[in-house]
Design a protein around this ligand. Structure first.
Ligand code: HEM
Ligand SMILES: [Ca+2]
Length: 598
């Protein structure tokens, strides 16, 4: 039963009143196309005993068409374009992982046995792999299936194909700050205060708080090699410590909640702690939606994609905003091809800090570098003060990601490209060819038929050598190897898949910030003032100058303005009027408050 609630639930349920589970946490991913499993319902295509249409080893695909030593710099956008993409990912998708990393049959670790016995689906390494240093496999465990899926019922001659689950609320609702379940949100809230999030230690200098630490059990972050024992930070999404840029962004948004909560409390001393919490949460989520759709997406989708996305026409209760499996497992991983292998760290004048820049592998799961090496500001300046990595079809993932992923915290290094390819097979993602048809592109019978989207003949030749027939081509590597549609940062099929998903996330969200009634018109005008630059100015330790659009390259001091010149949300529009007023005065109240404060 859904009651008409004023605020989003913590787990996203009851956003759609007719279909309460749409977009909710811990529900199955949507499917754009029927899943493709070897046996029709459970076994991944390309598992080793598949000799009908043998697929190349995921790792071989990775080293052949996904790994690149060279990198071209963006000519328009900063590293923040990548960073926002990852933060956004962690608002909308986290696949529920396997419940164990050991073989069910005998408890041996998947990383040791290198087999495909459940839940292991190990990534085998070709013998002549030049970078593998003698390893036989990288561990991968199959994602948890939805209970009862992946089964054949012989008696009634029916199958339920294996489906995977999203742990997060699909909606862009800042669940990366607040958590995606009631339990998570309670752990993050300071229940003794009036609507604030729990704080950690104070940052030296500014005194602004870090996020609290995740206490017991010991976290992966304590594993760093200098024997310091700084645990991971606790946030709404468990991946917040994955690398320093992401952790810095989480810190900014956690502080933004408390900043807004403090202002709302000042304006409305009578509000109770739940009202403060939910009003602040609503404003934070709305800002994330606004930044995503007004500032970030236009740079990714370009004019062509934004036209296809169309204007917002109001909430559509028939649209299911649940994330689709292909978006999680392939399409939105396009961000992996925008990762620069260096974490830049700048001081106030954009000189390098004494501790220096960092190779990316030293930035994985290392919150101690935030606590001990100058806080979040240097990392944030590195994100908006440097051009990003350009998406180029011959330059995909840096070797840091294909050879040294999580090297500091794991016994066996991982390869991000192999993980995505193997994960696609684990999830039964149909081949690239089928998505082309779904997107109204030509059906590729032959590798030559890919020439409009994958222009480089060498890449087509490599794909042909790897896959043999076009029916075999995995979705992820093919999407990544498409040439960019002019004015966008995406290839043709990828553009189609992202437009569909972002339409659903907007139109299927009853609490979408522009949906009439969610905010008053005057409040909405204020939300539209929001920018990431403003959030950085307000919540970094000491960032006083910034470019108004932090995704756009600016070369300090050119293009930078003082923070006092960046528009802000005037929270006085959230001041509630006095109780006992007549209806007409209550309606006019926000305007009176506004004029009064001017
Ligand atoms: C340094 C930056 C990043 C690192 C180290 C990283 C690492 C990872 C890892 C290890 C996975 C899990 C792979 C698997 O086991 O299947 C993953 C998943 C994913 N990543 Fe990233 N990533 C980064 C940035 C990004 C960016 C910029 C985007 C998008 C713009 C992105 C989108 C995704 C998506 C959509 C998934 C699937 C999530 C899921 O289904 O649970 N990532 N990433
Ligand atoms: Ca969410």
């Amino acid at each position: 039963m859904c009651f008409h609630q004023k605020y989003r639930t913590q787990d996203g349920s009851c956003n759609n009143l007719q279909h309460p589970k749409w977009g909710a946490s811990a529900t199955a991913f949507e499917r754009l196309l029927k899943p493709a499993y070897k046996d029709g319902f459970n076994l991944p295509r390309g598992s080793t005993n598949d000799n009908q249409h043998p697929l190349p080893l995921a790792r071989l695909v990775s080293t052949t068409v996904m790994r690149s030593e060279t990198m071209t710099l963006e000519n328009q956008f900063t590293k923040m374009l990548m960073q926002w993409g990852q933060l956004l990912t962690h608002d909308v998708v986290r696949t529920v992982a396997a419940i164990s990393n050991s073989r069910f049959s005998d408890g041996k670790r998947c990383s040791e046995v290198c087999t495909e016995d459940p839940p292991c689906f190990s990534i085998l390494i070709p013998e002549n792999d030049p970078f593998a240093q003698g390893k036989r496999c990288m561990p991968l465990m199959r994602s948890s299936p939805v209970c009862g899926s992946g089964e054949a019922f012989l008696l009634i001659n029916s199958v339920l194909p294996r489906e995977q689950m999203n742990h997060l609320t699909s909606y862009i609702d800042a669940s990366n700050v607040y958590g995606s379940t009631e339990h998570e949100s309670q752990q993050l809230r300071d229940l003794t205060s009036k609507g604030f999030l729990r704080k950690g230690d104070a940052a030296p200098g500014s005194g602004k708080p870090f996020m609290p630490f995740a206490m017991s059990p010991p976290t992966v972050c304590q594993n760093n090699r200098d024997n310091t024992s700084i645990p991971c930070f606790l946030s709404g999404d468990i991946r917040a410590n994955e690398h320093l840029g992401l952790t810095a962004m989480h810190t900014i948004w956690f502080r933004e909640h408390n900043r807004i909560a403090a202002k709302l409390l000042e304006l409305n001393p009578k509000w109770n702690s739940n009202t403060i919490y939910h009003e602040a949460r609503k404003i934070v989520g709305a800002q994330m939606q606004h930044i995503t759709y007004s500032h970030w997406l236009p740079k990714i989708l370009g004019v062509a994609g934004m036209r296809r996305l169309g204007e917002y026409k109001g909430y559509d209760p028939n649209t299911n905003a649940g994330i689709s499996n292909s978006f999680a497992t392939a399409a939105f991983r396009f961000g992996h091809t925008m990762i620069d292998p260096v974490v830049y760290r700048f001081n106030k004048t954009f000189g390098v800090i004494p501790e220096g820049h960092l190779p990316l592998q030293k930035a994985f799961f290392s919150p101690f570098r935030i606590v001990r090496e100058g806080g979040i500001d240097p990392i944030l300046r590195g994100l908006f003060g440097r051009p990003g990595k350009m998406r180029v079809s011959t330059e995909q993932l840096s070797p840091v990601l294909t050879e040294q992923l999580f090297a500091t915290t794991r016994a066996v290094n991982l390869d991000l490209a192999s993980l995505s390819i193997q994960r696609g097979r684990d999830h039964g993602i149909p081949p690239y060819k089928d998505y082309r048809v779904f997107c109204n592109l030509t059906s590729a019978q032959d590798f030559e038929d890919l020439r409009n989207e994958i222009k480089n003949p060498e890449i087509r030749e490599k794909l042909k050598k790897l896959y043999g027939i076009t029916e075999n081509i995995d979705l992820f590597p093919a999407l990544m190897n498409e040439d960019l549609v002019p004015g966008t940062r995406l290839g043709a099929t990828l553009l189609c898949l992202l437009v569909i998903e972002f339409q659903k996330l907007r139109d299927g969200d009853r609490f979408w910030y522009e949906n009439p009634g969610v905010f008053t018109p005057a409040q909405l005008t204020q939300i539209r003032q929001a920018s990431l630059a403003r959030v950085l100015c307000d919540n970094a330790d000491d960032i006083t100058e910034i470019q108004p659009d932090v995704f756009q390259i600016a070369d300090f001091p050119h293009g930078f303005v003082s923070c006092s010149d960046i528009p802000y949300i005037d929270l006085r529009l959230w001041q509630q009027c006095y109780e006992g007023m007549t209806l007409i005065l209550q309606l006019m109240c926000p305007t009176i408050v506004f004029i009064y404060h001017r």
